[in-house]
Design a protein around this ligand. Structure first.
Ligand code: TRH
Length: 388
C-alpha cells in the first residue's frame, strides 16, 4: 500500500513557502503516485499562485492533492505515515501528540530553505530527537550539490520548455499585446522586493542603445515603478515608454504560466527561493535578489550561490554577473548600477551560453522529490525492522 503523506505549510510572507510546498505536493502525487494532504494556513496566498484553489474550502482536491485549510485550533486528525514540516513551521501540538502515540511513529521531516552555502551538505539528513516525545525529526536540506537534498524539478520540464519556445512563444507574447521580439530587443522579467537600486536600473534600461522591454508581474515593486514613471495608480495591463525602455505591468499568473514568462525572456530578475530555481531551470541569465534577512544573512546566501554559479565563466563575465547580483542585493562594495549594467551588456553573449551550461550542471544535484522519497523509504524500512 502507498504511504500517506501530510505536508504542513505556514505562509510567513510572500509566496515562496506555499509555492514550494505546492510544487513538492504536486510532484509527489504526479511522479510517485503518493497520497498527499497539504495543510496550508493561508489559502489566499495559495490562490495567487494557483487560481483553482478555493479560499473558503476546508478540504478540496486539486491536481490529485488533498488541500486542507490549516486552522487553529487544529481538529483531531489521524497523522499520515510521513509528515513534512515545511521550513520549521511548527506542527499543531495535538497532531504532534497523535504522531507520538502511533506505532510505528510517522517519518517526520523538516524541509529546510535552499542555500548554496557549503555547510548545507554536512547538515542534510541529520536527526533531531524530540525533547519530550518519542519522535525524531530529520532535517532535509535542498541544495546545489549531490550531497544535499537536490532541487525541485519535475520530469519533462526541459521538453515542455523546448516545445514552448518552438511553437507557443508567439502566442504567449500576443496575450500581452506584444509581437515577436525584435532582433536586437532585450526582454526582461522583473520579480523583486522593494529595492533602492531599481530607479538606477530603470534609468540604465531607458538609456540603453537597444530596445528593452520589461515585464513586471503585479506585486511589491509596482509603487516604486509608479514613482519612477511619475504615474500614480499604475495598473495591471498598462504599458509605458521611457527612452529605450517599454514597461508592462502583467497580471500575477499561476506557477506554470510564470515558468513560460521565464522561458520567453532573455533575462529574468527573480527573488526569494522558488522563482530563483525556476529561472535557473529556464536556462536563461538571471539576477537574483535574496530574501532580505536580519544581519544581512542573505548576502552570504547570495555570495554562496554566486561562487558556484560563476564557476566556468571567464573572469570578465563572472565579474559582470557578480557586480550585478551584488549591487542588486545592496552589498556595500558594489559599483554603481549604470556601470554594472554596461558590464553585463558587454558580457551578455557569454552569460547566455553559461546559463544553458549551468542548467545542465544543476541536474547533477538530483531531483528533490526523488531524493526525499528515497530518504523516507529508507527510514520507513528501518522503522519496520526496529519494531519489536
Ligand atoms: O514570494 P517570494 O519572495 O517567497 C519568499 C522566499 O521563498 C523566501 O525564501 C521565504 O523565506 C519568504 O518568501 C518567506 O519568492 P519565491 O520563493 O520566488 O516565490 C514566489 C512564488 O510565486 C513562486 O512559486 C513562483 C510564484 N509566482 C507565480 O506563481 N506567478 C507569478 O506571476 C510570479 C511572479 C510568481
Amino acid at each position: 500500500m502507498r504511504a500517506t503523506w501530510d505536508i504542513f505549510c505556514n505562509v510567513v510572507d510572500n509566496y515562496g513557502d506555499v509555492g514550494i510546498a505546492w510544487r513538492l505536493a504536486r510532484g509527489l502525487v504526479r511522479e510517485h503516485g503518493l497520497a498527499v494532504r497539504l495543510w496550508v494556513d493561508d489559502l489566499h496566498a495559495f490562490q495567487r499562485i494557483w487560481p483553482a484553489i478555493a479560499t473558503d474550502a476546508d478540504q478540496q482536491s486539486c491536481e490529485g492533492v488533498v488541500v486542507c485549510a490549516w486552522h487553529a485550533p487544529f481538529a483531531t486528525t489521524e497523522p499520515a505515515q510521513v509528515v513534512i514540516e515545511a521550513f520549521g513551521c511548527t506542527l499543531p501540538e495535538s497532531y504532534l501528540t497523535a504522531m507520538s502515540v502511533q506505532s510505528p511513529p510517522p517519518v517526520w521531516i523538516n524541509l529546510e530553505y535552499l542555500s548554496a552555502e557549503p555547510w548545507v551538505a554536512e547538515h542534510h539528513g541529520l536527526p533531531s530527537p524530540h525533547p519530550r516525545l518519542s519522535l525524531t525529526k530529520y532535517f532535509f536540506f535542498p541544495g546545489y550539490t549531490p550531497r544535499t537534498g537536490g532541487l525541485l524539478v519535475e520530469s519533462g520540464l526541459d521538453e515542455r520548455r523546448s516545445i514552448f519556445l518552438d511553437t507557443q512563444a508567439k502566442a504567449f507574447w500576443r496575450q500581452f499585446g506584444l509581437g515577436t521580439p525584435l532582433a536586437d530587443e532585450l526582454r526582461v522579467s522583473l520579480f523583486a522586493y522593494e529595492n533602492p537600486a531599481l530607479p538606477a536600473l530603470l534609468d540604465a534600461w531607458a538609456a540603453d542603445t537597444h530596445p528593452v522591454t520589461c515585464l513586471v508581474p503585479e506585486g511589491r515593486i509596482v509603487p516604486q515603478l509608479a514613482a519612477w514613471l511619475a504615474i500614480p495608480n499604475l495598473q495591471v495591463g498598462e504599458m509605458h515608454r521611457r527612452g529605450a525602455l517599454r514597461l508592462h505591468i502583467l497580471p500575477f499568473s499561476d506557477q506554470d504560466a510564470y515558468d513560460r514568462l521565464l522561458w520567453a525572456c532573455n533575462l529574468n530578475f527573480v527573488r526569494g527561493e522558488d522563482s530563483c530555481v525556476r529561472a535557473q531551470w529556464a536556462a536563461r541569465p538571471l539576477v537574483w535578489q535574496a530574501y532580505p534577512q536580519a544581519d544581512e544573512a542573505h548576502w552570504d546566501k547570495a555570495n554562496a550561490l554566486l561562487a558556484q554559479y560563476t564557476k566556468g565563466l571567464d573572469s570578465a563575465a563572472a565579474r559582470a554577473v557578480s557586480r550585478m547580483w551584488r549591487h542588486w542585493n545592496g552589498m556595500p562594495d558594489a559599483d554603481d548600477m549604470a556601470a554594472c549594467w554596461a558590464a553585463w551588456r558587454a558580457q551578455q553573449a557569454a552569460i547566455e551560453l553559461h546559463a544553458a551550461a549551468w542548467r545542465d550542471r544543476l541536474i547533477l544535484a538530483g531531483q528533490l522529490t526523488d531524493k526525499l522519497v528515497d530518504f523516507v523509504e529508507n527510514k520507513l524500512e528501518c522503522r519496520v525492522f526496529s519494531i519489536p
